[in-house]
Design a protein around this ligand. Sequence first.
Ligand SMILES: Cc1cc2nc3c(=O)[nH]c(=O)nc-3n(C[C@H](O)[C@H](O)[C@H](O)COP(=O)(O)O)c2cc1C
Ligand SMILES: C=C(O[C@@H]1CC(C(=O)O)=C[C@@H](OP(=O)(O)O)[C@H]1O)C(=O)O
Length: 378
Amino acid sequence: MLRYLTAGESHGQALVGILEGLPAGMPVNREGIDEDLARRQQGYGRGGRMAIEQDRIHVLSGLRGGVTLASPLAFTIENRDYQNWQQGMDPFQGDVTYRQVVHPRPGHADLPGALKYGFDDMRPILERSSARETAARVAVGSITRQMLQPFGIEAACHVVSIGSAAIQHQPLTFESLTGAENSPVRCIDESAATKMMAAIDQAKAQGDSLGGVVEVRVKGLPVGLGSHVQWDRKLDARLAYALMSIQAVKGVEIGDGFETARRPGSQVHDEIYHDKDRGIHRKTNHAGGIEGGMSNGEELVVRCGVKPIPTLMQPLQTIDMRTKEPFEAVKERSDTCAVPAAAVVAELVTLFVVAQAFLETFGRDSFEEMKRCWKPSR
Ligand SMILES: Cc1cc2nc3c(=O)[nH]c(=O)nc-3n(C[C@H](O)[C@H](O)[C@H](O)COP(=O)(O)O)c2cc1C
Ligand SMILES: C=C(O[C@@H]1CC(C(=O)O)=C[C@@H](OP(=O)(O)O)[C@H]1O)C(=O)O
């Protein structure tokens, strides 16, 4: 089984990941992983932290000469900001009274975390709940991207909306997303991108924050990833679980998602055709590539609703955890909008789930054998 764990505090020494279950003999290219790490760091609306970090993977085990050994692949990603935080974050010498947080931010993990774990100071909660952790998940997903590439499976992402600024509704395909890579907000529609950036500027000037909707598309999926036979094997359910675990994601849709509930069946279900050139195919893809918890051979389309950043420079009302008196929520250095970064995270999290399901159906102990035995049922 392909699985991973991450560790690491946002301002600790490093993020840590252990990825286990890759086939033996699979080439892994460091530059490819670093490219995905850099993509996650980009995006209009980020705060000062991204100017400090330069995320790079440092592999500790599981590879020799750039090839997997089938053993767990362990890695770190350095937190350069640790240099500025060592006084408070050193594992043994750290001063636990350093930069205490006693005014919980509505919308962050601060308050429930503090009550659950019995802290008055919410610094330990903030450190681990921070989306800094998503860098490790991007590294994991990027390695799985390299596993899936030889089988013709590719993923891309883009930003559909930020606040009320949205792309014009149009039928999209994997190919139409290429322009997103060069956009500061990862948006394929230039006029919408301009409006998104203006909305971010306005939110920033008002001490506010913005969320949005991101979309991931995966092409080249074989039929039959996931299964209808058990609840926890359904590909759509597994994607929803994984994507919902991304910090600030509050909704996940597959295909037309919530919109299908408003339309009659004749406008929702994708009719089935066959011809010699294309084999079995559809002319529409409202289902987003999954029926009955299984990939159906069409493009996978998933969308995530990302809520606005909880840290506001014009803070919301809260309490002081020690006195319970009313107070303004803590103002930490923060992003104004992290939707473009969340799109990249969603892309790589999606690829991990796809890779897990792919190995269940097409996996072998060695990568060479996997490629030899690969026979997609289309
Ligand atoms: C890429 C990314 C960057 C984020 N940056 C911030 C930030 O700078 N400040 C902040 O308060 N929240 C930020 N968040 C959101 C919080 O991490 C998130 O809201 C918090 O962990 C609570 O979890 P929940 O929103 O899933 O309930 C970010 C989220 C993502 C995906
Ligand atoms: C560090 C990252 O995102 C961080 C996520 C985050 C949060 O509360 O989630 C808060 C901010 O951290 P800081 O207070 O250090 O500026 C973001 O910068 C990152 O994405 O790599």
